[in-house]
Design a protein around this ligand. Structure first.
Ligand code: SAM
Length: 264
C-alpha cells in the first residue's frame, strides 16, 4: 500500500501495533495539517448541528473540559457558544494546531497537555461537563486504560456533571462486515476513509487524500454496550445513547453513537 508523505510510525507490522501510547505517533504534523486543510469547519459545523451545545445547555453546564481537543474544532465552537472551555489533548502537535486555529478566530485557547489516564494530575478544579468527541476514546487499546480514563473523567466532574463521549458504530462494522460502498467521504470526495483491516481487537482505518498521500489510524473497535457498561461500572448513573445525533435509531444504521453519561 503506497504511503507517500507520511511521517506516521506503526513499526514493521502495522496490524500488530495495538498500543494505547501510539496515538502521539499517529497524529503527526503532516497528518494534522492535511486533515485541517481539507475539512472545512463551517461544513463540519453544519452537518453536526448544535446537538452538543443543546445537550450542555439543557443541563446548565458552564465550565467544559474538552479532553480530545484535536485541532480545536469543538473547543472553538463551545467558546463561541458562550461556554468556559479548557482544552486538553495528549498529542502536542494537536494542541499547537488548536491554538493557531483559535488565534485565527480571535480566541486564546486555554490548553493543557495531558494524557487521559493521568488527567487530574494536570488540570485544576472541577467541571460541569467533560466532552470527548470525534471518535477519540477508540484510541485506548486495553480495558485498564479505558477504566482509568473514564474514572479520571468522572473525577474531573462536579457532583452533577455530565460526560459526552462519541464513537464510531463499530458494532455494524464487526457484525455486518464492511463493503467499499461504505467508504466515508469527508467534504464531498476530498478524503476517502475506510477500514483496511478489522478484527475484534483492531480497526485500522485508511485515509486517502487528493494528492495521493495516505495516512492510517489504528483504533480499538468499541462495541456500544461495552462502552455503556464501563461507564456504569465507573459510577455514571444515567447513560443515554444517541445515534447520529438522534434519539431513535436502528442499530446498524448510524455511523456514530453519542453517549451522554451523568453522575446524577
Ligand atoms: N475532537 C477532535 C475532533 O473531533 O476533531 C479530535 C479527534 S481525534 C480523532 C482524537 C484526539 O484524541 C487526538 O487529538 C488525540 O491526540 C487524542 N487522544 C487520543 N488518546 C489520548 C489519550 N490517551 N490522552 C489524551 N489525548 C488522547
Amino acid at each position: 500500500m503506497s504511503n507517500t508523505m507520511t511521517d506516521q510510525d506503526f513499526g514493521e507490522k502495522p496490524v500488530e501495533r495495538r498500543d494505547t501510547d501510539n496515538y502521539v505517533k499517529e497524529y503527526t504534523e503532516s497528518f494534522v495539517d492535511k486533515w485541517d486543510d481539507l475539512i472545512d469547519w463551517d461544513s463540519r459545523a453544519k452537518s453536526e448541528g448544535d446537538f452538543f451545545i443543546q445537550e450542555l445547555k439543557k443541563r446548565g453546564a458552564k465550565r467544559v473540559l474538552d479532553v480530545a481537543t484535536g485541532t480545536g474544532f469543538h473547543s472553538v465552537r463551545l467558546l463561541e457558544a458562550g461556554f468556559d472551555v479548557v482544552s486538553v489533548d495528549g498529542a502536542p502537535e494537536m494542541l499547537v494546531k488548536a491554538f493557531e486555529n483559535g488565534r485565527k478566530r480571535g480566541h486564546i485557547l486555554r490548553t493543557t497537555q495531558a494524557d487521559w489516564r493521568e488527567l487530574n494530575r494536570d488540570i485544576y478544579g472541577r467541571y460541569d461537563a467533560v466532552v470527548c468527541l470525534g471518535n477519540s476514546f477508540t484510541h485506548l487499546f486495553n480495558e485498564n486504560d479505558r477504566r482509568k480514563a473514564l474514572a479520571e473523567f468522572y473525577a474531573a466532574l462536579n457532583h452533577d456533571g455530565v460526560l459526552i463521549l462519541d464513537q464510531r458504530n463499530y458494532d455494524a462494522i464487526l457484525d455486518h462486515g464492511y463493503s467499499s460502498a461504505h467508504t466515508f467521504y469527508y467534504c464531498g470526495d476530498n478524503v476517502s476513509v475506510y477500514p483496511e483491516h478489522v478484527d475484534d481487537g483492531l480497526a485500522r482505518f485508511r485515509y486517502a487524500f487528493p494528492d495521493k498521500s495516505v495516512f492510517h489510524l489504528n483504533m480499538f473497535p468499541l462495541r456500544k454496550p461495552y462502552v455503556r457498561r464501563l461507564m456504569r461500572e465507573v459510577g455514571f448513573q444515567n447513560i443515554e445513547t444517541y445515534g447520529d445525533f438522534k434519539e431513535t435509531y436502528h442499530d446498524t444504521e448510524p455511523d456514530f453513537f453519542i453517549h451522554v453519561a451523568s453522575k446524577k
